[in-house]
Design a protein around this ligand. Sequence first.
Ligand SMILES: *[C@@H]1O[C@H](CO)[C@@H](O)[C@H](O)[C@H]1NC(C)=O
Ligand SMILES: *[C@@H]1O[C@H](CO)[C@@H](O)[C@H](O)[C@H]1NC(C)=O
Ligand SMILES: *[C@@H]1O[C@H](CO)[C@@H](O)[C@H](O)[C@H]1NC(C)=O
Ligand SMILES: *[C@@H]1O[C@H](CO)[C@@H](O)[C@H](O)[C@H]1NC(C)=O
Length: 400
Amino acid sequence: MELMSSYLISLLLFSFLVLSPRAFATEVTDTLGKGQNVTDGETLVSAGGSFTLGFFSPGVAAKRYLGIWFTLSEDVVCWVANSERPLSDSYGALVISAMGSLLLLDSSGQVVWSSNTTGIGSTSVQLLESGNLVVSDESGGAAMWQSFDHLSNTQLPGTKIGKNLWTGADWQLTSWRSANDPSAGNFRYMTDAEGVPQNILLDGDQVKYRTGPWNGLWFSGVTEMATYSDMFTYLLTSTPSEVTYGYVAKPGAPFSHVLLTDDGVFRHLVWDHSSRKWKVFFQGPRDICDHYGKCRAFGMCNANAPLASFCSCIKGFSPTSPLLWKIGDTSKGCRRNLMLDCGNGASTTDGFVVMEGVKLPDTHNASVDPSITLEECNTRCLANCSCLAYAALDIRGGSV
Ligand SMILES: *[C@@H]1O[C@H](CO)[C@@H](O)[C@H](O)[C@H]1NC(C)=O
Ligand SMILES: *[C@@H]1O[C@H](CO)[C@@H](O)[C@H](O)[C@H]1NC(C)=O
Ligand SMILES: *[C@@H]1O[C@H](CO)[C@@H](O)[C@H](O)[C@H]1NC(C)=O
Ligand SMILES: *[C@@H]1O[C@H](CO)[C@@H](O)[C@H](O)[C@H]1NC(C)=O
């Protein structure tokens, strides 16, 4: 009896699995060829079913957008074509023009969005299993345009943020204006290529959060990244041609994405199959100490400090304004208790204090020399009166 019923179930499951792709085979495709189109209500679905391209309305039904979303989580839209120019009815169409451009047309045939590509041969468009929409020319094969180069508020495995220093291409996440409106909001998340690379989150032109510099394995202020290294490989590329950050999913890793929320928080989210929900792996800002420059110069922030006294001065320093500091205004930061001897000859009493387990200060203006040892770095910093501190650039050798 036991055997019998499980046989029945597997037989039923089997026939469902075999039948269902056939049942849809005529409708579901990941490719758009010349002369074909995707109209409102129709979709492209990537070969393995992970991503869907189609028309959607995030809020008001009267506004229609063309986008790509996770098939199992329609609310997570990874890319939007016409984020600044919604269609006002459901008669839009995605077509390939005679010139080889991918075009989004409104009901009167006006171009609302274009890939701006020109094809020599026959152009085709494919939605890949990675979520990347690729416009390619049959003659070349190379992609003429891809959605992975035009980021919205979402980073997927395989996309990059940062800069191509040769072409000037600049990839960054831009928040939506609101949950109903995918047009550009105030927040941007990008890789800062200056000094030691780090990711920064901007509110307009103001830095609101930074991850801390890359240490070869993770960002110094996002130690959680180390926890998930079995699922993802994080990649910071710093070469003369590019400074970029991205990540790839290891085989068997669940669906994931990095979202820059409408209120300016970046979240690394992972799909949990059992609860059918997105779980936050890590995010920034994470706590009060992540607010940019919270304790100002030579201040140290501890989110777990008692009585909300998050800020203190590092060893050898005191509040610049003890009065303001007492009433909780730390905006003046801290200053040295004793002047440095620096520059006064050999008999110096200057030295360094070791600080462990902290997010490194802003490295935007730091100078980098990957060719010297930590000891040499110490000597060089001690001899330079404008040098404040030093740290290892890459901890993969062992030193932290
Ligand atoms: C889309 O394709 C259908 C069927 O081929 C065609 O009837 C229709 O005119 C096309 N629409 C647009 C906007 O190109
Ligand atoms: C295509 O070109 C137009 C006009 O130069 C520009 O506004 C638009 O952003 C371009 N589209 C893409 C996808 O780059
Ligand atoms: C970097 O240096 C510039 C020029 O001196 C200064 O304006 C800026 O505030 C510095 N940035 C940081 C993060 O220290
Ligand atoms: C001294 O340190 C400053 C700040 O780190 C740096 O910009 C400058 O190049 C250094 N000067 C020398 C001679 O190493």
